[in-house]
Design a protein around this ligand. Structure first.
Ligand code: NAP
Length: 460
């Protein structure tokens, strides 16, 4: 028998997770020149991961990636199995029986913890919950956010914090023609939030926003950005950071902050977004629910590009009833796969899964955020997945194992025997078409289904 990757012995690959890295891994396999069969598993009935339920509704261009993935999905080598949860419905050991390789591309589904008192008080939420809620993710469909307060505080100064604060700041008119979930649009329309604080533990030169995202705060219909100019005074190390060519992005962000600080907020606008720096969250205060946040004034210490935040022992409090922790995502372990709990990733060498001591687990690979951590934009995942597929194909060349794996029918039979009601790509297309037509009368690109059962009912 020939090596996997030929007509007689196709390379059989399972991909766990249907976000960008899963689709880019599929694309790289299809383009590898090997004869291959790719089965993609997704726990929801709908594909595309964070492109569907993470990218902000008012950033439709970023969602165009879905069209690229739909094209990849048309390849005859590809099958989609939605509504199948790996680690629950099917075990990794079962996939390893059926496939030459299993690639874990399941992203970072949870959040980092602040580790401060009061973090879990009512009214303190993760960015993931809010983003999932306004994007109609079934896991977060029924979350409630008390928007009756006049002040919201967001911890973190990355692009997710930008998304959360911008969605809080926008008017109904600014959102009504996006694919924002209807329940969120209605709730946000009644929002009383007027003051939105976006709090960074380090300085303006270290904020992680990209300039394109930050610039949008100067273009809002009913909200102005506010910055105290004194907070933009830099220490020598931060000046040095911004002078480096590699910091062109941070320089643009800093210049935008400067521009915001020089404008006065319009009295005609209902809302303000305040960017504030060098303030570390030390406690979320309140008896039964959030009443305020306690912040410690920080200073930066360390060399340029290595500056950390150090508390000064000087504290302030900010009254608020609503807190969002937007300090980075974290991966979630999958039953049967090694996991580095500290970093929230699957330990790996160039995409080859290893145990915690670095020993390679043959046949197991990983790509995307669960491989490298939650960083970069959608496109960053393409090169990352290509690199993993290179490791996989290199391994095939150096491996003399020519084992043949069961044919396409074996998986279908296994799922049927287990009574698992899986969703095919053709089924998803029915949901897709239905969502698009539901959106049309409202002038929206789609009105998403937000409950799993609703999605399954459409297929029936
Ligand atoms: P991020 O860019 O890593 O930002 C995390 C923020 O949280 C940083 O400001 C960080 O400050 C802060 N932070 C971390 N731990 C903290 C703590 N204990 N206390 C206070 N602050 C803390 O993460 P993200 O915003 O979740 O974004 C994830 C990735 O998705 C990024 O690559 C982002 O660019 C991307 N994304 C892109 C878009 C887009 O292209 N439009 C939209 C959304 C997300 P330090 O710097 O001090 O650690």
């Amino acid at each position: 028998m020939s090596r996997p990757g030929t007509e007689q012995n196709p390379l059989r690959v399972a991909i766990v997770g249907s976000g960008p890295s899963g689709f880019y891994a599929t694309e790289a396999l299809i383009k590898s020149g090997l004869t291959t069969r790719v089965d993609m598993f997704e726990r929801l009935p709908v594909p595309y991961g964070l492109v569907r339920s993470g990218v902000a509704p008012d950033h439709p261009k970023l969602k165009q990636a879905m069209q690229v993935y739909a094209k990849i999905a048309e390849s005859p080598e590809f099958r989609f199995f939605g509504n199948v949860s790996i680690g629950k419905d099917l075990q990794i050991s079962e996939l390893r029986e059926l496939y030459h390789a299993v690639i874990l591309t399941c992203g970072a589904e949870s959040d980092r913890r602040l580790g401060i008192p009061g973090e879990d008080l009512k009214g303190s939420h993760t960015a993931t919950e809010f983003v999932g809620w306004y994007n109609g993710h079934p896991d977060y469909r029924d979350r409630e956010f008390d928007l009756s307060h006049d002040t919201a505080v967001i911890f973190g100064q990355g692009n997710v914090a930008a998304d959360v604060s911008r969605i809080l700041a926008k008017t109904r008119d600014e959102l009504k023609h996006t694919d924002i979930a209807e329940h969120a649009l209605d709730a946000l329309d009644k929002s009383n939030i007027k003051h939105i604080y976006v709090v960074g533990r380090r300085g303006p030169a270290q904020a992680k926003f990209t300039s394109k995202e930050l610039k949008e705060f100067g273009e809002l219909a009913d909200c102005d950005p506010v910055i105290n100019p004194e907070e933009l005074i830099l220490n020598a190390q931060s000046e040095a950071e911004l002078e480096e060519k590699s910091s062109a992005g941070n320089r643009k962000v800093y210049d935008l902050f400067k521009g915001f600080s020089e404008q006065s907020a319009s009295d005609d606008k209902k809302r303000r977004v305040y960017f504030t720096f060098l303030k570390g969250p030390v406690e979320i205060l309140g008896k039964d629910r959030v009443e305020a946040v306690k912040l410690e004034k920080n200073v930066l210490s360390g060399d340029a590009f290595g500056q950390g935040a150090r508390g000064t022992g000087e504290f302030t409090e900010l009254k608020t009833g609503l807190v969002f922790r937007s300090i980075g995502y974290k991966g979630v372990p999958i039953e049967g796969v090694p996991f580095d709990d500290k970093r929230g990733i699957i330990p790996n060498t160039d995409g080859r899964v290893t145990d915690i001591n670095g020993t390679i687990e043959p046949g197991l690979y990983t790509a995307g955020w669960i491989k490298r951590g939650p960083s970069g934009i959608i496109g960053t995942n393409r090169a990352d997945s290509v690199a993993t597929i290179k490791s996989l194909t290199d391994d095939l060349e150096s491996n003399t194992d020519s084992a043949q794996k069961p044919d396409d029918e074996a998986l279908v039979k296994l799922l049927q025997n287990k009574g698992i009601n899986y969703v095919s790509f053709a089924d998803w297309k029915k949901i897709d078409t239905d969502e698009i037509s539901r959106g049309e009368p409202k002038g929206k690109p789609r009105e998403k289904y937000t409950y799993v059962q609703e999605m399954l009912d459409i297929i029936k």
